[in-house]
Design a binder for this molecule. Structure first.
Ligand SMILES: Cc1cc2nc3c(=O)[nH]c(=O)nc-3n(C[C@H](O)[C@H](O)[C@H](O)COP(=O)(O)OP(=O)(O)OC[C@H]3O[C@@H](n4cnc5c(N)ncnc54)[C@H](O)[C@@H]3O)c2cc1C
Length: 304
């Protein structure tokens, strides 16, 4: 008998969807069970067809860029994971403006911008995500963030493929209105300024600071907590004696207390328990409630 699921599988197969892919292979934390279906977002038409199919048939779907800010469920994901991990086309430059597709590596684009004689992205070099993920998270470092340079985004929203002008209120500290499930970023237009002659030097200096201070030798999802106003999350965690604290395979990095690392075989619940332990301890000892920066992949999308 030809069932509902056979029909769905057949339609997904036509789009090149793969089955039973470990989320641990799609996320930098290297955690997570199998995703039932995975689509490599390598064509705009395919993305639109896949989203329309999911909406029409009630199939849960979720979006990943390079998966560098994600804690994926141990139980896996029953539905479709659309992955924007490669660019559909190379960045298109027009003087100091560039249009890059969502799957473009943010670090590659930052390097390219500096090589072309522009500044504004050198602080973003080293952030391991995609351009789409950076728009969704308003990624930033060293006093530079996407909000300063993002001019327009091409999004898929409510079935419409449209360019939207970025307003000052569109992005804030690690938040953006251009984020799944509200919308799917397809392309971003970024505007940069002329190099002051030191962009490359700054980029190299920031890279050095990253490798000296961050536990890049272990899988992680970057800073585990947002920066609370007036404090640094890592300093508070260290002050509370939690540096090096472990739950299962998850550990507060002995190198940088703002990072939770996977020392081997960490599970989603190890990381969740460690996050709760940190939040409770820091709140009891300092009165500051830390908010996770890492996004959890939930039933209906990526949520905090
Ligand atoms: C070692 C390390 C260092 C890091 N350093 C920094 C840093 O300095 N500064 C910083 O800000 N972050 C940092 N991060 C975190 C992370 O790299 C950023 O948040 C990055 O912007 C996430 O991009 P991504 O493509 O990996 O998105 P993902 O992690 O895959 O997704 C993050 C969120 O964005 C959504 N999303 C992804 N793509 C799209 C799209 N095309 N359209 C709509 N929504 C989308 C997802 O649904 C999810 O909700 C670091 C991470 C690591 C592992």
């Amino acid at each position: 008998m030809y069932t509902f699921m056979d029909r769905i599988k057949n339609e997904l197969e036509k789009l090149g969807v793969k089955e039973n892919i470990p989320l641990s292979e799609l996320t930098s934390f290297r955690i997570g069970g199998n995703a039932e279906f995975v689509l490599d977002a390598d064509s705009y038409e395919k993305i639109k067809q896949a989203v329309a199919l999911c909406i029409r048939e009630g199939i849960p779907y979720v979006l990943l860029g390079k998966g560098t800010n994600i804690l994926a469920p141990d139980a896996g994901y029953n539905g479709l994971v659309i992955v924007f991990s490669h660019p559909i086309h190379p960045p298109v430059w027009l003087e100091n403006k560039v249009i890059a597709c969502a799957g473009t590596s943010l670090t590659s684009l930052a390097k390219e911008s500096v090589a072309k004689g522009y500044r504004g992205m050198e602080g973003l070099c080293g952030i391991p995500g995609s351009v789409g993920g950076a728009c969704a998270m308003n990624a930033g470092a060293y006093n530079m963030e996407m909000k300063q340079i993002l001019k327009r985004v091409r999004v898929l929203r409510n079935g419409a493929d449209q360019w939207i002008d970025v307003k000052p209120e569109s992005l804030g500290y690690r938040r953006s209105e251009f984020s799944f499930p509200k919308c799917i970023v397809l392309e971003a237009e970024i505007e940069l300024t002329e190099d002051d002659g030191f962009a490359k030097e700054r980029m190299l200096e920031f890279g050095k600071r990253r490798s000296e201070k961050q536990p890049l030798e272990y899988p992680s999802a970057g800073s585990a907590f947002k920066r609370p106003t007036g404090y640094y999350a890592g300093a508070l965690i260290e002050q509370c004696g939690l540096k090096g604290k472990s739950v299962g395979g998850a550990q507060i990095s002995p190198k940088h207390a703002g990072f939770i690392i996977n020392t081997g075989g960490a599970t989603e619940s190890d990381v969740s328990d460690l996050i709760e332990l940190v939040r409770n301890t820091v709140f009891e000892q300092t009165g500051v409630m830390l908010e996770p920066e890492i996004k959890r992949m939930g039933e209906k999308g990526c949520i905090c």
